[in-house]
Design a protein around this ligand. Structure first.
Ligand code: ADP
Length: 239
């Protein structure tokens, strides 16, 4: 992993056009953004402003129409689909609003899944998944299926699954969107802890000002461009 303070993510003049001709829609209109290792960034902005599009590009799930995306100095826009997938598996963890867990599968097996894709041994998978579940406060819940867990617990499993590969960056798309306020705060405390104690860089899309207040920096999108980008001198998690 790169040292704190060095450039991890760099977008330069990134545009994204969906569709063609008359129907073409410019979802991103020349985005410049730098995220250093160790940052905790909240991405805000109205619906349709380009947040998901930019997160998909940063997450190597999509490519810009024009412009540059450098991840750890590598030009992602020049990589093949396979190379991007490898980069994604090695460095990025994802958490979504809807948890996206396999329903009839235990918490333990859900968390092991990314390691299975990596071809790790059963013993290594079990140990790493157990550790990850303990680190999100779910020691003892390994054998429960999602239906037997609360929404907050399901999101903890999803975070453990994202963290089990020890990613450099956690990309979270409205991670508290399906949770009540108390559960949302617990999830934010957990993300804060992962950021501060484990040095994970966090990029999180949220609509909620209270949850964005946990971030050390807030980037607002409007109409496909960065409208504002400001540090948060007093993040809520530090209190
Ligand atoms: P946000 O996440 O801020 O709600 P999006 O990045 O999802 O915004 O969308 C930005 C713009 O791009 C919107 O106008 C949206 O309708 C359009 N858009 C997003 N994804 C697609 C797609 N796959 N095909 C066509 N248009 C899209």
């Amino acid at each position: 992993m790169l040292a704190t303070g060095s450039s991890l993510i760099r977008l330069r003049g990134v545009t994204k056009v969906y569709g063609q001709g008359q129907a073409a829609l410019m979802a991103l209109k020349g985005v410049n953004l730098d995220v250093a290792a160790g940052e905790f960034v909240a991405v805000m902005g109205p619906s349709g402003s380009g947040k998901s599009t930019v997160m998909n590009i940063i997450g190597c799930l999509d490519t810009p129409t024009a412009g540059e995306y450098l991840f750890r100095g590598v030009h992602v826009e020049t990589l093949s689909r396979d190379q991007r997938a490898r980069l994604r598996r090695r460095y990025l963890g994802f958490v979504f609003q809807g948890f996206n867990l396999l329903a009839r599968t235990s918490a333990q097996e859900n968390v092991e899944l990314p390691l299975l894709y990596r071809g790790e041994s059963a013993a290594a998978r079990h140990a790493a998944a157990r550790d990850a579940l303990v680190s999100v406060g779910l020691g003892g819940w390994e054998h429960h299926t999602p239906a037997e867990l609360s929404g907050g617990q399901q999101q903890r499993v999803a975070i453990a699954r994202a963290m089990v590969t020890r990613p450099a960056v956690l990309l979270a798309d409205e991670p508290t969107g399906n949770l009540d306020t108390q559960r949302s705060r617990e999830i934010m405390d957990l993300l804060w802890q992962l950021n501060v104690e484990h040095g994970i860089t966090v990029l999180m899309v949220t609509h909620e000002t209270e949850m964005a207040a946990y971030a050390k920096r807030v980037v607002r999108f409007l109409d496909g461009a960065v409208e504002s980008d400001a540090p948060n001198p007093h993040p809520a998690g530090a209190a």
